[in-house]
Design a binder for this molecule. Structure first.
Ligand code: AMP
Length: 628
């Protein structure tokens, strides 16, 4: 079966497919469409975004529903607003010749009554995010009691995002005998459970291997010291002048901070995370889609549903907490038949996480070196030379040629070329000439296999700090509770706190050195259940059995005692004080390791600065805030 016609699609749909320029069905379409057209069956399809899965369920749904009826017959649930809108849009395109078709998107952050009005007009298909859908059901604004087809799209993402209850509730309002088609990139236990619970003998199709990420993507990791993470990121960007990338951070705060630093350092970057308003997120996404932003720094949740096909690189600035999440990250590149690169910046203590990801994606990572400064200068120079070589002459320049020629009367062609390129080259050269080697030798690579599962082992490296904390068993903690407590309040990942040793009235724990500033700053005035909790660096680097600690301030900070200074504020109020001071300090220190403060100052890379694409280094006007 090589054509859409062979799959059994009707004329209206084939007509739309011709308009869309789709020539051959993708793998998931070739597998799913004939099954869904011919059989009234439930289906589990394992497929990544970018494989054409929307059409794989969209075409059969459009062909099977009765367009002459205004009853809602199809329900598509998707994890995010962006994806919901994207699916709605695709469905409208696929069904453009299906006369009378009404596909309605319902999602949060937009007027619920407008959406209810649209549904009332008669929507044969509703595409919805679970939260808003549940809300509308409870207000009797939608009727899904007669639907015949339901799709759970990106089921793993919906469950990751905590929509299990909502989905269960929504499906309880649908008829028993409907067909459910579940699409998911990965198949964790939670997804199988949903399939078991809500589906009747589903057929299963897989595109690529289960839990495998797309082969269009190559996976690389770069081993650096934690303190050099940001400089490594800049080098990777500089070594890829045409980069168009999504950079993943673990928390909203880190996302914002990295984006701000990049912008300050002259890169074209933007932040995308849940603390931004919908309007701000839309603006950033629009700029990204129009290639006005080269580096979109995002959290996992916010990046879901990014429907941009030509992303060249995904950069894991920090690895995700759950190795499965990596599949979603790397799936943002290598879409629509293109190739892509997924890069991971790791410190030594994280190398073992690479191994577990390799097992999930069923692909090997290649250890690569962060390029040295001179290699970057060369890349930039040659990229510019190529751009100039390929540039079409703008003859508007002709009228100024006489004056320009006069100016360069005594300059030879050779010298002119040198001068011309020096404008850009010198900026990079000055920045990188004394830059240090950021690579760390992977002494652990040989034992990557042996230590991969020993979560607590990785605390024994020199890269961690041991802390004393003045809570213990008396306060109801055991090691697991304390670890969870620390992870939650500090917004840390699963493996960030280790070697937790709980004593009667105090405890010890380890965390990576790079978190030291964050942890100490956080506990300067942290109150838990009405009393101040103190954390200090312990001098006991070993088992942590004694309370032999270095105090960072004066006085005995035992249970319940206030720290000196007396300027304690509740946590919420601290943000503008402690945390802001900390972050500016941190950005200063982070930027210090390459040879000058800010970066090679790419004057053309300003986020949201103007509406021109960032094609050539010469294409943007010089901005005033340069530092070179
Ligand atoms: P999806 O996986 O549904 O998000 O689709 C990814 C992109 O591929 C979308 O922009 C679709 O319009 C496009 N697409 C879907 N099917 C095909 C096809 N058979 N040929 C070419 N492009 C397609």
């Amino acid at each position: 079966m090589n054509t859409f016609k062979d799959l059994g699609l009707n004329e209206d749909l084939l007509h739309a497919i011709t308009d869309l320029g789709f020539e051959t069905p993708s793998d998931v379409q070739a597998k799913a469409i004939p099954i869904l057209l011919e059989k009234d069956t439930d289906l589990v399809a394992l497929a990544q975004t970018g494989t054409g899965k929307t059409a794989a369920f969209g075409f059969p749904m459009l062909q099977k529903i009765n367009i002459d009826s205004r009853t809602t017959q199809g329900l598509i649930l998707s994890p995010t607003r962006e994806l919901c809108l994207q699916i709605t849009n695709e469905m409208k395109l696929y069904g453009k010749y299906c006369k009378g078709l009404n596909v309605v998107a319902i999602y949060g952050g937009s007027s619920i009554s407008d959406q209810a009005r649209e549904v009332k007009r008669g929507a044969q298909i509703i595409v919805a995010t679970p939260g808003r859908m549940k809300d509308m059901i409870s207000r009797n604004m939608v009727d899904i009691s007669k639907i015949e087809y339901s799709v759970l799209d990106e089921a793993d993402e919906m469950l990751n995002m905590g929509f299990k209850e909502d989905i269960t509730d929504i499906l309880s309002h649908t008829p028993e005998d409907k067909n459910t088609w579940l699409f998911s990139a990965t198949m964790p236990k939670e997804v199988s459970n949903i399939a078991k619970r809500f589906m009747k003998s589903p057929m299963e199709i897989t595109v690529g291997n289960k839990n495998e990420s797309t082969n269009q993507v190559s996976h690389e990791y770069y081993l650096v010291n934690s303190r050099d993470r940001y400089d490594a990121l800049k080098r990777l960007a500089d070594a890829n002048p045409d980069i168009f990338s999504v950079i993943f951070c673990r928390t909203k705060r880190d996302t914002q901070k990295v984006a701000e630093q990049l912008i300050e350092d002259g890169y074209s970057a933007g932040a995308l995370h849940g603390d931004l308003s919908q309007n701000q997120r839309d603006l950033v996404m629009n700029s990204f889609r129009k290639n006005q932003i080269q580096m979109l720094v995002a959290t996992d949740v916010a990046a879901r549903g990014i429907d941009v096909d030509d992303i060249t690189h995904v950069i894991n600035y920090q690895l995700p907490d759950e190795p499965e999440t990596y599949t979603h990250r790397s799936g943002r590149t290598g879409r629509a038949g293109k190739t892509g690169i997924s890069m991971v910046i790791v410190s030594k203590s994280e190398v073992r996480k690479i191994k577990s990801i390799e097992r999930i994606i069923n692909q090997k990572f290649e250890l690569k070196q962060i390029p040295d400064g001179m290699a970057i200068c060369e890349t930039q120079l040659m990229s510019l030379a190529n751009k100039i070589h390929n540039t079409e002459v703008n003859h508007e320049i002709d009228k100024y040629l006489t004056s320009i020629n006069e100016l360069f009367e005594d300059t030879s062609k050779d010298e002119l070329i040198k001068k011309f390129f020096s404008v850009e080259f010198t900026r990079f050269y000055n920045y990188y000439q004394r830059s240090k080697n950021l690579n760390v030798t992977d002494s652990r690579s040989s034992d990557r296999d042996s230590d991969r599962d020993s979560g607590r082992d990785y605390g024994s490296n020199d890269n961690s700090t041991r802390y004393f904390i003045n809570v213990g068993k008396k306060d109801g903690f055991d090691w697991m509770k304390l670890k969870d407590f620390l992870k939650e309040i500090l917004e840390l990942g699963r493996d960030d706190v280790f070697k937790v040793d709980v004593k009667e009235s105090f405890s010890f724990f380890n965390a990576e050195k790079e978190l030291q500033e964050k942890i100490l700053a956080f506990f300067t005035d942290f109150k838990h259940e009405g009393r101040f909790v103190n954390v200090e660096i312990s001098e006991d680097k070993g088992r942590g059995t004694s309370r032999n600690k270095r105090r960072s301030g004066g006085g005995d900070r035992s249970r319940g005692e206030r720290r000196s200074g007396g300027d304690f504020k509740p946590r919420g109020e601290r943000r503008t004080g402690g945390s802001d001071r900390r972050s500016s300090g941190e950005s200063r220190s982070r930027r210090s390791s390459d040879s000058n403060a800010s970066g090679p100052n790419r004057r053309d890379r300003r986020a949201n600065s103007d509406s021109k694409p960032t094609e050539s280094s010469f294409s943007r006007p010089r901005r005033s805030r340069r530092r070179d």
